[in-house]
Design a protein around this ligand. Sequence first.
Ligand code: CTP
Ligand code: MG
Length: 181
Amino acid sequence: MAILETVVFAFWVMLPAYVPNNAAVLAGGGRPIDGGRTWNGKRILGDGKTWRGTAVGTAIGAALALALNAIAGDVGNALGVDLPTFPYSVVVALPFGAMLGDITASFLKRRTGRERGAAFPGVDQLDFVVVSLLLAFLVAPEWFLETFTLAVIAVIVIITPVLHVGTNVIAYRLGFKDEPW
Ligand code: CTP
Ligand code: MG
């Protein structure tokens, strides 16, 4: 695959993992997952991780994956890129893994004394990628190895932080987010 095709391919397969965190920002609120509980005097996760944000983020990411499946053939033809479709297990694993990665990052932030909303450079940008890919691999190993070649993973590791920083700055400027990260 040429580099531009690989970028298109990588962006396509990661869309169901990219969208949930942004959807959660819009849908967040309500009961925090940790129920306000603390561990060693610090919140387990914090008020920024809610049931509603997690459920809505996962649902929107899964719906998007199904929509992408429906149009993969046409879009692939139009772009001249062989776009994959997501097995049903992966339809759920990518968005749920993204949410779980973000939750894991909050857990680590609280353990390291970072308040809600504090930046954790590196972790903030890649947490959701690592866990969504890990879950996708666990539920559909053959599909994963066919789809996520080393070149695709390399492109993901490069474009994800750029997209993450970009979308968060936009969400911040529009007033949807309290901090630009
Ligand atoms: N959100 C949510 N549930 C999630 C993830 C996010 O409700 N599982 C919502 C919350 O309203 C949160 C906002 O999206 O405040 C922004 O998400 P994020 O930046 O991940 O959370 P922070 O508030 O910055 O908290 P943390 O420091 O724990 O990341
Ligand atoms: Mg944050």
